[in-house]
Design a protein around this ligand. Structure first.
Ligand code: MN
Length: 407
C-alpha cells in the first residue's frame, strides 16, 4: 500500500512539474505576443502621427513654400513607412496561417541581384555607404527554378537590414556555388549583433521584447519573413556577427541549373506580355476609362492622367464599366480597380474580353498580393499596377502601350 502511495505521489509530482512548465511556456508566449502587439501599435501610430500631424500643419498654419515642401516630404516618408509595416504584417499573418506557397518559375539569379542593387543604390549613396554586389555564375548558368518574388523578398530584407544598421563603411552582397547549393551573403560593417541575440533574431515577436532597441524603426518582422521564405524555398538562413564590427547574413537555395545553355529557343522570355505600342501620330482621340469606386483614388488617377488623355471617363462599379464600354467602344485603356461593388473588376474584365480583345486593361491591385496579379492576368488584364499608385508606374504603362508622355 505504502509502495503504491509513493508511486502515485511521484506521478503527481511529475505531472505538476509538466503542467507548470507548460503554463510558463504559455505565459512566456503570451508575454511576447503582448509585447509584439504593443510594438506594432507603436509602429503604426508613429507614421500616422507624422501623416496627420503635418497635414494639419499644412492646413492651418501660414507657411512658405519651402516649409510646405518639407512637410509634404515628411508625409510622403511616413506613408511609405506605414506601407512597409502593413506589408510585413500581411506577410507574417500569411506565414502564421500557413497560406504561403512557393510559386516557382525560371528565375535568373544574377538579374535578381542586379534588381536588388539598383533598388537600394540610391539609399546607400544618400548615406555615403560603399555599396556593391558580385555574381559568380554566368548569366546563362544563373537560371534556376525558384519563386522570384520570395527570393527578392529574402535578399531585399537582408539588404534593407544592413542599410538600417550601418552608418558608415560598406555593404556587399553576392553568392557562391557550393555543389548543388547556392550560398548567398549580405555583409555589412554596421553595429553587429551580440552573441546572445543571434539565435533569437529570426524569431518573430522577439525584436518587440528587447528593452534597449537600437533599431531606428521597424516592426522587426523582416528577418522572420526572410527565414520563413528561405525555408520554403528549400534553403537555410543564419548569420555570423561580432558586436561592433558588422554582420554577415547567409542563406542558401538549392542549385539545379536549368539547361538553357544549349537551347536558345527555350530560354525564358521576359515575363511581361508582348508590348503593343500604338502609333504616336494616330489622330484618333486617346480615350481612357478610370474604373474605381474610391473617390480619392479616382481623383489621384485623374490628376496624373489629365495631361496625356483627350477624353477621360470614369465608372464607379463594374456595371457602369460595361455600360460605358457599350457607349464608347473605342476606349483605348482602362485602369480597372479589382474591388468594386456590384460587378468587381475581374468579372467586368472577363465580360469585356468576350466582346473586345483590343482594349488595354490595367488592373489596380493591392501591393504585394501575388494572387491578385495572377487572377488579374487570368481574367484578361494586360498588365497591373499596384496601389498605392505611383505616378511613374502609371507613366510606364502609358509609355509601354501608347508611347504617351504625361509630363
Ligand atoms: Mn475599390
Amino acid at each position: 500500500m505504502e509502495e503504491i502511495n509513493r508511486n502515485l505521489e511521484e506521478i503527481v509530482k511529475e505531472r505538476t512539474k509538466d503542467l507548470l512548465k507548460a503554463m510558463e511556456k504559455a505565459q512566456e508566449s503570451d508575454r511576447l505576443k503582448t509585447a509584439f502587439l504593443a510594438n506594432m501599435s507603436h509602429e503604426i501610430r508613429t507614421p500616422m502621427n507624422g501623416i496627420l500631424g503635418f497635414t494639419q500643419l499644412l492646413k492651418f498654419s501660414e507657411i512658405d513654400s519651402k516649409q510646405q515642401h518639407e512637410y509634404l516630404e515628411i508625409i510622403e516618408k511616413s506613408g511609405a513607412r506605414m506601407l512597409n509595416i502593413i506589408n510585413d504584417i500581411v506577410d507574417i499573418s500569411k506565414i502564421e496561417a500557413g497560406l504561403i506557397v512557393a510559386r516557382t518559375a525560371p528565375t535568373n539569379i544574377n538579374e535578381q541581384l542586379r534588381h536588388v542593387f539598383s533598388f537600394f543604390r540610391p539609399q546607400a549613396l544618400e548615406r555615403n555607404l560603399d555599396f556593391s554586389y558580385s555574381t559568380t555564375l554566368s548569366d546563362i548558368d544563373a537560371w534556376v527554378e525558384t519563386d522570384s518574388e520570395k527570393f527578392f523578398a529574402i535578399l531585399s530584407n537582408l539588404v534593407k537590414n544592413a542599410l538600417k544598421f550601418s552608418d558608415k563603411g560598406s555593404i556587399e552582397f553576392g553568392y557562391i556555388r557550393k555543389g548543388d547549393v547556392l550560398e548567398f551573403h549580405v555583409k555589412d560593417t554596421g553595429i553587429g549583433i551580440p552573441a546572445e541575440r543571434q539565435q533569437a533574431i529570426f524569431e518573430r515577436f522577439i525584436q518587440a521584447d528587447i528593452e534597449d532597441r537600437r533599431a531606428a524603426q521597424g516592426a522587426g518582422l523582416g528577418l522572420s519573413i526572410a527565414k520563413a521564405y528561405a525555408e520554403l524555398l528549400g534553403g537555410n538562413i543564419w548569420l555570423k556577427s561580432e558586436e561592433g564590427s558588422g554582420s554577415v547574413f547567409y542563406f542558401t537555395l538549392p542549385y539545379k541549373p536549368l539547361s538553357y545553355a544549349n537551347s536558345s529557343e527555350n530560354k525564358p522570355q521576359n515575363t511581361t506580355a508582348i508590348v503593343k505600342v500604338k502609333d504616336k501620330k494616330n489622330l484618333k482621340k486617346f480615350k481612357v476609362l478610370i474604373a474605381e469606386d474610391d473617390e480619392v483614388s479616382e481623383k489621384l488617377l485623374k490628376i496624373i492622367l489629365a495631361k496625356c488623355t483627350d477624353i477621360l471617363l470614369t465608372a464607379g462599379n463594374g456595371s457602369q464599366v460595361l455600360e460605358t464600354i457599350n457607349h464608347h467602344p473605342d476606349i483605348d485603356l482602362i485602369f480597372m480597380d479589382i474591388q468594386m461593388p456590384e460587378i468587381n473588376g475581374l468579372e467586368a474584365t472577363r465580360q469585356i474580353r468576350k466582346i473586345n480583345r483590343d482594349i488595354i486593361i490595367v488592373a489596380q491591385t493591392a501591393f504585394g498580393m501575388l494572387e491578385d496579379r495572377e487572377k488579374a492576368k487570368a481574367a484578361g488584364c494586360n498588365d497591373y499596377i499596384s496601389k498605392p499608385l505611383k505616378k511613374e508606374e502609371v507613366q510606364a504603362i502609358l509609355t509601354k502601350y501608347f508611347s504617351k508622355d504625361c509630363e
